[in-house]
Write a protein that binds this ligand. Structure first.
Ligand SMILES: NC(=O)c1ccc[n+]([C@@H]2O[C@H](COP(=O)([O-])OP(=O)(O)OC[C@H]3O[C@@H](n4cnc5c(N)ncnc54)[C@H](O)[C@@H]3O)[C@@H](O)[C@H]2O)c1
Length: 265
């Protein structure tokens, strides 16, 4: 990808990215940092948070790492407090942490359903809550949550995942209306297919279900993308950077698909 860095786009902004120790979250953190933001790298694993932050610092980006579990309210409060302690205030929260899986509904345990809702949907609400108070008070801020193309149209054997990703869009639209009077914007980005750990797990499941190799399963997945190429963490980071930037000052309550044309609604 050509180097399209514009360090001034997010200059002076403080951003918090959840699930940023790997995959899409790490890509978003890197992209936002290269666009000029100071970054709080939140990760379930402390070592990954610190390593990712150190890698950003090595590239000249101001960054800290904080351990954060979206299933724990105290951890979400502590994340917001750590960000304010380090940088004074937060301009952008990116809710990226999430999990996935496939199972026909009649074979799905109640605990699998509940855990998906707890991480992907309640986790977004839990993490967002302590940031909303400070953004309302400052009458400034932006929240971007990572939904999915599975939040735009249903996918077989993913009823739990789709329920959460549709839910994140509904949550964001409601919050966009609630926070518009406070000059706080709320949007979603819906990635298509990014080959992260999450997709490697899905590829194993597809390969078993269809009796094909992992690479054959990957090629089958790519055939569903009109532009015939996968998305990268940096593609998702670029969309988040746009939505966080002053260029998007009149955009709220929207969901932007970054998927090579896979979903058009
Ligand atoms: N990879 C794709 O193609 C794709 C497509 C659409 C949407 N997404 C979404 O993008 C986001 C990132 O996924 P990814 O592909 O990078 O997968 P990934 O598995 O590499 O990353 C998921 C991240 O979420 C974190 N996480 C999980 N449970 C957590 C918890 N309880 N508390 C805090 N963090 C937790 C993990 O530690 C990890 O860092 C997810 O919300 C996912 O649903 C991914």
């Amino acid at each position: 990808m050509p180097d399209t860095r514009t360090p001034s786009l997010l200059a002076g902004q403080v951003v918090v990215v959840t699930g940023a120790g790997q995959g899409i979250g790490a890509g978003i953190a890197r992209s936002l940092g290269l666009f000029g933001a100071s970054v709080v790298v939140a990760s379930l694993t402390e070592s990954r948070a610190l390593e990712t932050a150190a890698a950003l610092t090595a590239r000249g980006i101001s960054a800290i790492g904080v351990r954060h579990d979206v299933t724990n309210s105290a951890s979400c409060d502590a994340l917001a407090a750590a960000a304010v302690d380090a940088f004074g205030a937060v301009d952008l929260l990116v809710n990226n942490a999430g999990t996935s899986g496939r199972s026909p509904l009649d074979e799905m345990d109640e605990s699998t359903w509940e855990s998906m809702i707890d991480v992907n949907l309640t986790g977004v609400q839990r993490t967002t809550r302590p940031f909303v108070a400070q953004m309302k008070e400052r009458r400034h801020g932006s929240i971007v949550s990572i939904s999915s193309v599975a939040g735009r149209a249903g996918k077989a054997n993913m009823s739990h995942y789709c329920a959460t990703k549709f839910g994140v869009i509904g949550f964001s639209q409601a919050l966009a209306l609630e926070l518009a009077p406070f000059n706080v914007r709320v949007n979603c980005v819906c990635p298509g297919i990014v080959r992260t750990r999450l997709w490697e797990i899905e590829l194993e499941e597809i390969s078993l279900a269809r009796n094909v190799t992992i690479e054959e399963a990957w090629n089958i997945a790519l055939e569903s993308i009109p532009m015939r190429r996968p998305q990268t963490p940096e593609d998702i980071g670029a969309a988040v950077a746009f939505l966080a930037s002053p260029l998007a000052r009149n955009i709220t309550g929207q969901s932007l698909n970054v998927d090579g044309g896979y979903e058009m609604s």
